[in-house]
Design a protein around this ligand. Structure first.
Ligand code: GRF
Length: 202
């Protein structure tokens, strides 16, 4: 399956996906890395890895809808079938989300449904939870609310600060996202009537 990764920043999850997709039996091929920020460090890293890149600068468009139409056109031009959001920092309109329904994944750095939104590690420390982690979910119009494909948990340690905790979670993100994309791209996990249906043994 042909996959595009959407980023806005450093792209460490993107790198882990590109590395996983190099395996000959991996069920997804990364055909494009696109960013709404032309200066995203991840774009240069993707280009260096020989992947097609595209910058669709949201500031160049009159509104969200015009930006998304341009992004959608570029994705279709590259024959993209699945979309993976990896640190992509634009809220998507219901039009775009519906156009890619069941074919768009996001990774969120918390054990959803806890701690939606930003600063999830600060939220976790403030709440005093002893387990934290990351979630890969299908994207629906409501932010960080989509059906869950996969999760990984890490302990919260007494001496943790935001940096220590986010680093521990990030290690798991880099493992979880390639595994979750493999499930979806191979059809072993799919969205059906608002729920994720898993193939036997997945
Ligand atoms: C990750 O923590 C991801 O979960 C969140 O934004 C961060 C992106 O990091 N949505 P990177 O750009 O993949 O390094």
């Amino acid at each position: 399956a042909k996959v595009a990764i959407l980023i806005s920043g450093r792209g460490s999850n993107m790198v882990s996906l590109l590395e996983a997709a190099r395996a000959p039996d991996y069920p997804a091929e990364i055909v494009l890395v696109a960013s709404n920020r032309p200066d995203a460090p991840g774009l240069a890293r993707a280009a260096a890895a020989g992947i097609a890149t595209e910058a669709v600068d949201h500031r160049a468009f009159a509104d969200r809808a015009a930006f998304e139409r341009a992004l959608d056109e570029s994705l279709r031009r590259h024959g993209v079938e699945f979309l993976v959001l990896a640190g992509f920092m634009r809220v998507l309109t219901p039009w775009f989300v519906e156009a890619w329904a069941g074919r768009m994944l996001n990774i969120h750095p918390s054990l959803l449904p806890l701690f939606r939104g930003t600063h999830t590690h600060v939220q976790a420390l403030a709440a005093g939870v002893r387990l934290h982690g990351c979630t890969v979910h299908f994207v629906v119009p409501e932010l960080d609310a989509g059906p869950i494909v996969a999760q990984a948990a890490v302990p919260v340690l007494p001496e943790d600060d935001e940096d220590a905790l986010s680093a521990r979670v990030l290690v798991q993100e880099h493992r979880l996202y390639p595994a979750a994309l493999a499930l979806v791209a191979s059809g072993r996990a799919r969205l059906d009537g608002g729920r994720v249906v898993f193939a036997e043994g997945s």
